[in-house]
Write a protein that binds this ligand. Structure first.
Ligand code: FAD
Ligand code: SF4
Ligand code: SF4
Length: 608
């Protein structure tokens, strides 16, 4: 099939692209403002393929300054978007450890002791210090609290109502079509295949869509972005090594909640010092809350679900959450390399936008607005080229799209943020100081640190628990769990001092129950497994099985002969397995022994 423009993924970046483009493809009287090359007399044929089963099934807690959103949608504040609220009170809380189980450095313990000793003189309540002052770069004052799912559904309907673009959910793109180093379109995923990808009953090979321009907005772990990085490489000194798993609950707050819509709480310090948390209040007593577990938490048992439950039960947060009910949940990878993770933004026949193009600002913790902005910038560039009847060559896209991006606030702020988190490579304390320095100096002052590849950071289970659990017992616990086909993190962390979570059946539920309760997981048949263990001999030798321990859906479990099993029915498509592996790929040290490919299904919830 032939089109003029084909887009991969419908996240905020592509939404920004299509919102800007769709409005300008036809005149008010319906005649084309620019003409299609494949359907003469008509406006350009623009197609967008989204892998999730519907529009708005992505995951993101969203507080945003909404600068780019407002530039594209000036009436956004009055648009009546469900679950949207203007940002109200903003607080940053340092959470102390109420159970004594987290791993705190001597420096942090000293700080905790000081805070506890002076708590009568500090804004301290329920084991949390409300930072009396926070730097302006962390504020979202004047911005909005949104539900990504609700916003994307609203914006998707708006874009499709223009009649100039088509969005196809439930349609994963398997790869870019590349001829002589030029991207000439995309291939959709084969259907009617076995889990291993061999043709089966009702085999339908994925359709090829040829297009003059392929817009790649498939997010931080997208397979097309990975393919382009593998083929075209990264610019010098650029790499995507820093990541986080963001896991989020959407909850009904108790009837007497004191939290007003628009309230924004950010936390750090607990359950582990490296884990950041967010709590955003929507209208009608609904809240989005969750945590980020970063790749620089050097733990072989860095499980997000376990830590999220401990975070929710911290006394300072529990006073808002006691009596709350789970509505939906989800998890997703956040690309935390920022501008340093920026790939080649344009090449012959393609352009990259959004988080997969390094747009997320790691200093301000803002990704939606930046992703949208890069999409809108590409749309303006595309319109300029279409009007001038110029082809989508690397040179032309660099002169229009890349130049616009470089001249914008996105680039300016990304440069200030680029090295802001390097201090975390050396610990939480240096990390926080580095962020403050970079934020206050506009990126001129930073604490240096060398980002390691994810697999370089993972200690063995025995080393991680040394001093807390004897190595022999660590092995015994792991072997017992693996013999039962379950992950070992809960047993190990509980043995190391973490209390058991008191399940209440409505908010504090088991991981299994969350999979059933919170949004439903769907895995359409007829597709190949999108998670594959590509170097099984490495898995056999791997003692830490980080992929099993971290899996957000309990979809990866210990398997026979040391090679894990993958159960697609439980995969929520968080993408964490792409970077949570303890062993490098022998072919490319930036990748690991597990592959995360194009796939369908995942979580069904448009609230996330
Ligand atoms: C828990 C969490 C909380 C967050 N909180 C905030 C916040 O408060 N404020 C903020 O500004 N940002 C926040 N972010 C970051 C923000 O969500 C991202 O920066 C933003 O979503 C990036 O947009 P994107 O369009 O580039 O990519 P994505 O949102 O990742 O969208 C990419 C889309 O491509 C689709 N796709 C992937 N592969 C394929 C394929 N092969 N074929 C077809 N489609 C495909 C995906 O399904 C997805 O819909 C948060 C992220 C998480 C995970
Ligand atoms: S995928 Fe990586 S972490 Fe998982 S078993 Fe294999 S080598 Fe170990
Ligand atoms: S298997 Fe699915 S749920 Fe598990 S880590 Fe990978 S993407 Fe996430």
């Amino acid at each position: 099939m032939d089109a003029d423009i084909v887009c991969v993924g419908f996240g905020p970046a592509t939404a920004g692209f299509l919102s800007t483009l769709s409005k300008q493809l036809v005149h008010a009287d319906g005649t084309p403002a620019v003409e299609s090359a494949v359907a003469p007399g008509l406006p350009p044929q623009v197609l967008c393929y989204e892998r999730a089963d519907d529009i708005g099934f992505g995951v993101s807690g969203v507080v945003t300054k909404a600068r780019a959103l407002r530039a594209s949608i000036p009436d956004i504040d009055k648009a009546g978007i469900p679950m949207a609220a203007p940002v109200g009170e903003e607080k940053v809380l340092y959470l102390l450890d109420p159970v004594g189980a987290s791993r705190r450095s001597a420096m942090l313990r000293l700080a905790d002791g000081f805070i506890r000793a002076c708590k009568w003189a500090l804004p301290f309540e329920d084991e949390a210090l409300n930072l009396p002052w926070t730097p302006s770069f962390l504020h979202k004052h004047g911005g909005m609290v949104l539900s990504m799912g609700q916003f994307m559904q609203w914006v998707g309907a708006r874009v499709q109502n223009t009649g100039t673009v088509q969005i196809w959910p439930g349609t994963p793109v398997s790869q870019a079509l590349i001829e002589n180093r030029k991207v000439v379109g995309v291939r959709l995923l084969d259907q009617g295949v076995t889990k291993q990808g061999a043709p089966g009953e009702g085999f339908t090979p994925g359709m090829d869509i040829h297009a003059a321009l392929t817009v790649v907005g498939d997010g931080p772990v997208g397979p097309v972005g990975q393919q382009l990085d593998d083929i075209f490489g990264m610019p010098e000194n650029h790499h995507a090594r820093d990541w986080a798993v963001g896991m989020k609950f959407v909850v009904d707050l108790p009837e007497d909640t004191p939290l007003k819509p628009g309230t924004v709480l950010h936390t750090f310090g607990y359950p582990e010092p490296e884990i950041f948390g967010f709590f955003y209040a929507h209208p009608d007593r609904v809240a989005s809350l969750g945590i980020f577990v970063p790749s620089w938490l050097d733990s072989p048992v860095r499980t997000t679900y376990f830590y999220l439950q401990h975070w929710m039960t911290h006394p300072h947060l529990w006073r808002f959450l006691k009596g709350a009910k789970l509505r939906s949940w989800g998890a997703k990878t956040l690309g935390e390399s920022g501008r340093r993770g920026e790939p080649h933004l344009a090449g012959d026949g393609y352009a990259r936008i959004g988080e997969g193009s390094g747009s997320t600002n790691v200093l301000t913790g803002s990704g939606v607005d930046e992703a949208w902005a890069t999409g809108a910038q590409l749309a303006e560039a595309v319109l300029e080229l279409l009007k001038a009847k110029k082809p989508f060559t690397k040179e032309n896209l660099e002169a229009t799209y890349v130049q616009r991006r470089r001249a914008s606030w996105v680039e300016q702020e990304a440069r200030a943020a680029e090295k802001s988190r390097d201090g975390f490579q050396r610990g939480v304390f240096p990390g926080l100081i580095g962020m403050a320095l970079a934020g206050l100096s506009g990126g001129r002052l930073v604490l240096p640190g060398r980002p390691l590849r994810p697999w370089e950071r993972i200690p063995s289970l025995e080393d991680y628990f040394r001093g807390r659990i004897p190595p022999g017992e660590v092995r015994q616990i792991r072997d017992d769990c693996y013999a039962r086909g379950v992950s070992a993190h809960a047993a190990l962390l509980e043995r190391a001092g973490w209390p058991a979570i008191p399940h209440d059946g409505q908010l504090l539920v088991s991981h299994q129950d969350a999979l059933l309760l919170g949004g439903k997981v769907q895995a359409p048949p007829g597709y190949a497994d999108h998670v594959a263990f590509v170097f099984p001999n490495q898995c056999q030798r791997c003692g830490t099985k980080l992929c099993v321990e971290v899996c957000s859906g309990q979809a990866i479990t210990p398997g026979e002969n040391g090679v894990p099993n993958f159960d697609r029915e439980k995969c929520i498509h968080c993408g964490a397995c792409l970077w949570n592996c303890a062993s490098p790929s022998p072919e490319n040290l930036e990748r690991m022994a597990v592959a995360f490919r194009a796939g369908a299904g995942g979580l069904h919830s448009a609230e996330n």
